[in-house]
Ligand binder design. Sequence first.
Ligand SMILES: [Zn+2]
Length: 300
Amino acid sequence: MKAIVYLLIVLFIFLESCMTTKKMNVMFASVNNNVCRRLSGKVVVYAIFVDSKETKPWSDYDIRSTLDSLRKGMDWLELQAKKDSIPLDIQIDCNKKNNGIVPVYQEFSKKTLSATLYKKPLFSGVKDIHKWADKVAIEAGKNLLKDTSRLVKTKNKLSDRERLIARLRAIHRTDNIALMYLINNYHTDEMSLTLDANSNHNVEYCIVSYKYPSVFAHEFLHLFGAWDLYITPFDNKRKAVKRKNMAMEMFPNEIMAFAYRRIESLEISPFTKYTIGWTNELEKKYSDAMIGKMLRPVKY
Ligand SMILES: [Zn+2]
């Protein structure tokens, strides 16, 4: 089994005060939040292929097979949505120049994604990855149609990722833009990563190292608020480990727990459906198991 680490950095839970009872209502911040708000309607995945010295150069074959795999992951998601009567149309767009896909070249500060992420002091690597993502976004933005977006003019200080998103929103006429950076790894122990999925002010994005449809679907779901339901290296408290173990038992085919299985064998659990906005409340038994009896998830 591959020792691959997935990571959802810093899960913010917003607590709504509920002083009159002992229980606290909690809001899972990512629904109706940031760029990827609620997983329904038209969503555009914007894929940017990125080359660097440490990764395998993207060949035409690699790009084609990766796009096939990405499409397969998105088709599976559309099928799951259909079963739940959720309208979902996922379209894929890529960074292109003269109708061809041209990878952007950008080095990580510590050569590889994982070395950069784990750079010391803790979290300084995340800043470096944001800078990397912004530089790639600038290059990708140069290949888009001329900027006529009103959205860009609404804020004075837009980050480079925000600028790219604003232009993509205008081009595709949808708010839901899922920003995906694709790197082609030689290494089987490299990670995939989603950043800022629960941020209130930064554009969320993911960096995907592999071509499995299930991995694309897993990272995509993070962008819309899904939690990791397997034990990550960041679950160092006993309680967190116990909860993840319970999640894996309760949801034995859950995509957020078992991302490396064949996608056809996977499902989206009631817990994940709540986090991505497919259901507006969470059954008590799942909420008690996953966030404890003292917290009550809000109805969306
Ligand atoms: Zn994950």
